[in-house]
Design a binder for this molecule. Structure first.
Ligand code: UD1
Ligand code: UDP
Length: 375
């Protein structure tokens, strides 16, 4: 029997990592009746991803408001998902990661006794406010889900320790599927072409726990680095959170080699990463992508749920202290042997087949369930 599946997401990173799963599911119309539901928790940044892959969602809740609070997003989404599940009655809801969209989609599915599959399951710091609110979001989703798609063995171990119910598969991260696909695409960009090979530093920052003083420190570090390394382009696609946009312009506008640009669409961004010398970020997804590219990543956080990238040598946790950030970048640029230690890493996040593995697992589960039903 066909399984009715809702694939749902709402932010940029979820879209980047769920679209390959959605597209893979669509290849099996005899097995799956798929509905794509987006919440629009992000509007422009989500649409950038949908547009580049020419995907039109079946349903769009379109909930984003400027400066939305977690409570606002949660409240609106609860009612939207309640209505959706009442009407659609899917057999399975697939969510991704740790956003508020994913949490509420999973939570409401539980209230409707609908099965939940969690893609990118088992990432943990075990620090309740780092990252906030994502750490508890993903732990809770782990309780609601019964199909857990863990990117790594470490993530599976976390889930086993927590005694989650249902079944766990280790598949790699679907973000790597997207990265590999994007890098195969031809990409032309006059701005990127003008940047001298090996002379670009990329910055991204958006974490809620970094808003305020920590972000000030990050921007002051960038200011110092821009003066010390005038022949390097520091490219910063600024996250659309108005608090971040305001601070970024306040601290960094007018520096000749600092380029504050709007968020890049993902094919572009992956090509920028490929050309970067160093990446400074508090992003989760970028920590997974960089090891595949052999690029040093200084993680602007005190902790990470991606310890595999640290162990592989590509990621270094540097926190948000101004002097530490400046010192680490200086060392990478001044000591080629130190730089080299970051670049030999093997990618621990999969071989680009995570989505295929996830859909294969879902097909097998369906078969097993049908056999059980017949018996
Ligand atoms: C969200 C996720 C976070 C994820 C991040 C990826 C939660 C709680 N947080 O955080 O886990 O790492 O997305 O970027 O789910 N905005 C726009 N246009 C956009 C996107 C955002 O204007 O396309 C602005 C809006 O004013 C919005 C604000 O940014 O209110 C914050 O967006 P929100 O999704 O609430 O939080 P993020 O910090 O982006
Ligand atoms: N990304 C993008 N354009 C940008 C910056 C990032 O497409 O200008 C991609 C990046 O390659 C990664 C994802 O967005 O796949 C990460 O999103 P973000 O940092 O917003 O969220 P997180 O991963 O921290 O949840």
């Amino acid at each position: 029997m066909k399984k009715k599946v809702i694939v749902t997401f709402g932010t940029r990173p979820e879209a980047i990592k769920m679209i390959p799963v959605y597209q893979e599911l669509l290849k099996y119309p005899d097995n799956f009746d798929v509905t794509l539901v987006v919440t629009g928790q992000h509007r422009e940044m989500l649409d950038q991803v949908l547009d580049i892959y020419q995907i039109t969602p079946d349903i769009d809740f379109n909930i984003m408001r400027p400066n939305q609070s977690l409570t606002e997003v949660t409240n609106i989404l609860q009612l939207k998902y309640d209505e959706l599940y009442t009407k659609e009655r899917p057999d399975l809801v697939l969510v991704h990661g740790d956003t508020t969209t994913a949490l509420v989609a999973a939570f409401e599915a539980f209230y409707h006794k609908i099965e939940v599959g969690h893609v990118e399951a088992g990432l943990r710091t075990y620090e309740r406010y780092n990252p906030f609110p994502e750490e508890l979001n993903r732990q809770l989703i782990g309780r609601f889900a019964t199909f857990h798609f863990a990117p790594t063995l470490k993530a599976k171990e976390n889930l086993l320790k927590e005694r989650v119910q249902g079944k766990i598969w280790v598949t790699g991260n679907t973000g790597i599927d997207t990265l590999f696909l994007n890098l195969k695409k031809k990409y032309e960009d006059t701005f990127l072409d003008q940047i001298v090979e090996g002379k670009m530093i990329i910055l991204t920052t958006h974490r809620r726990e970094n808003l305020g003083e920590s972000m000030e420190h990050i921007f002051l570090a960038i200011k110092k680095l821009s003066k010390k390394w005038p022949d390097y382009a520091i490219v910063y696609p600024v996250h659309m959170n108005p608090k971040i946009t305001k601070m970024a312009h306040q601290f960094l506008e007018g520096l000749p080699n600092v380029h504050l640009i709007p968020p890049l669409e993902v094919v572009a961004f992956h090509h920028y990463l490929k050309k970067a010398k160093i990446i400074l970020t508090d992003s989760g997804g970028i920590q997974e992508e960089a090891p595949s590219l052999g690029k040093p990543v200084l993680v602007l956080r005190g902790t990470t749920e991606r310890p595999e990238g640290v162990a592989s040598g590509t990621l270094k946790l540097v926190g948000t202290n101004q002097e530490t950030i400046v010192g680490e970048v200086n060392r990478l640029l001044e000591e080629p042997s130190y730089y080299q230690t970051f670049t030999n890493a093997k990618n621990p996040y999969g071989d680009g087949t995570a989505s295929v593995q996830i859909v294969k697992a879902l097909k097998l589960m369906q078969k097993t369930q049908e056999e059980v039903n017949i018996r």
